[in-house]
Design a protein around this ligand. Structure first.
Ligand SMILES: Cc1cc2nc3c(=O)[nH]c(=O)nc-3n(C[C@H](O)[C@H](O)[C@H](O)COP(=O)(O)OP(=O)(O)OC[C@H]3O[C@@H](n4cnc5c(N)ncnc54)[C@H](O)[C@@H]3O)c2cc1C
Length: 344
């Protein structure tokens, strides 16, 4: 009990310090860019076991996290997908969780994904699926993760469902790209794709190779805490890399597919210009955003006749995902604080 109280106090203090630094620096909740130190502190909290253990039992935090998470069960995920599909929006479903360290847990994750794929098929949902390698046992071994990916991809292929292997921190970049290539080329899965993060310095080379291999790639900015030797620390550099990689990828090869994952209006405008300039047909790309983020804009893009896919997470392991969303935007921290105080 003492240990629980000690950790609870530590977590509360950490969040109050963050909120304090936020309000001192930025009384205006509309400030757009997250202060780098604040972002780093939040990303640290997203990976700290002690913080996850405490916050996961923090009822109010869980309620606030619901803005970004569709629910805890497959049935709730199906319901959210149906709502989006009815409005002309495609979905990619993600069963929340990461950093699994037991083979039995990884097996249960695979079984949930099999049930999810069956539910997509039975309900005729317009949905693909996203998976995280460390949720499928990558921290235990690459072989185990590959085996689990193959199980999921086999069921998905039978139902004609696309699978995207999400990209986690730089510890996993090489192995994730290697597994993607092996599944695509050696096991002949044509329903697999992966992710490139524009904040990484190495991504230009990775993207260059992947373009020539007719790949299925999601480009995003990147959501993890990385050192400046590996990732551009300035938003300006990340943004210009995002546009550069998007242009190279779309214009270099007419058999590759690009998922443009961003909420940044500037990125969306520049991508649309690239698409127009290079006459890129609609079957070569789609826009993607996260559940609960810029929902009105998602609807607008779909209404313009573009393919718009929303990443819909569900499950009980909401903590790291939710904290990464807080780290992306000062206003989300304000939203969190306001809801904590108004629901307390
Ligand atoms: C479909 C999808 C899949 C993703 N998969 C991965 C992955 O596999 N690996 C990975 O590292 N990252 C992934 N990400 C996260 C991504 O890397 C970014 O962290 C996130 O998308 C924020 O970057 P941004 O491009 O939206 O631009 P930012 O520069 O972060 O934000 C630009 C503007 O967009 C709006 N905005 C951005 N984020 C939010 C938010 N959380 N809440 C409210 N408004 C917001 C704000 O108006 C902000 O000013 C994914 C994102 C999406 C949309």
């Amino acid at each position: 009990m003492d240990i629980f109280c000690h950790h609870y106090n530590k977590l509360s203090t950490a969040y109050y310090l963050l909120l304090y630094s936020y309000f001192v620096q930025c009384p205006c909740a509309n400030q757009k860019a997250m202060n780098p130190m604040l972002r780093q502190s939040l990303l640290y909290l997203s990976t700290a076991d002690w913080a996850r253990n405490i916050a996961s039992n923090w009822f109010l935090a869980k309620r606030v996290a619901r803005r970004f998470v569709a629910g805890e069960t497959i049935a709730e995920a199906v319901e959210a997908t149906q709502r989006l599909n009815n409005n002309g929006i495609l979905v990619t479903l993600d069963y929340l969780g990461e950093s699994i360290d037991s083979e039995a847990d990884a097996k249960e994750v695979v079984s949930t994904y099999q049930q999810l794929l069956d539910a997509i098929n039975e309900n005729s949902l317009q949905a693909s699926v996203s998976v995280k390698p460390t949720h499928l046992g990558l921290d235990i071994s690459e072989e185990l993760c590959m085996l689990n990916l193959r199980h999921i991809l086999t069921t998905a292929k039978a139902h004609n469902i696309q699978i995207t292997i999400d990209m986690e921190s730089t510890k996993y970049t090489d192995v994730t790209i290697r597994m993607y290539r092996t599944l695509r080329d050696e096991y002949d899965f044509d329903n697999v794709g992966t992710v490139i993060q524009a904040y990484l310095r190495r991504s230009e080379d990775d993207m260059h190779e992947l373009t020539r291999e007719h790949s299925h790639i999601r480009i995003c900015k990147g959501a993890y805490l990385e050192p400046p030797e590996l990732a551009f620390p300035e938003k300006m550099d990340v943004d210009s890399n995002y546009v550069k990689l998007t242009e190279e990828y779309l214009s270099d090869d007419d058999q590759s597919y690009l998922c443009i994952a961003t909420h940044d209006e500037n990125m969306i405008t520049q991508t649309k210009q690239i698409i127009r300039q290079h006459n890129i047909p609609q079957d070569r790309y789609e826009f993607q955003m996260l559940y609960g983020v810029r929902s009105d804009r998602q609807q607008e893009i779909a209404s313009e006749g573009e393919k718009m896919r929303v990443y819909v997470p569900f499950g009980e392991a909401w903590y790291p995902y939710f904290i990464r969303r807080l780290a992306e935007r000062p206003a989300n921290l304000w939203f969190f604080a306001k809801n904590l105080f108004t629901t307390a």
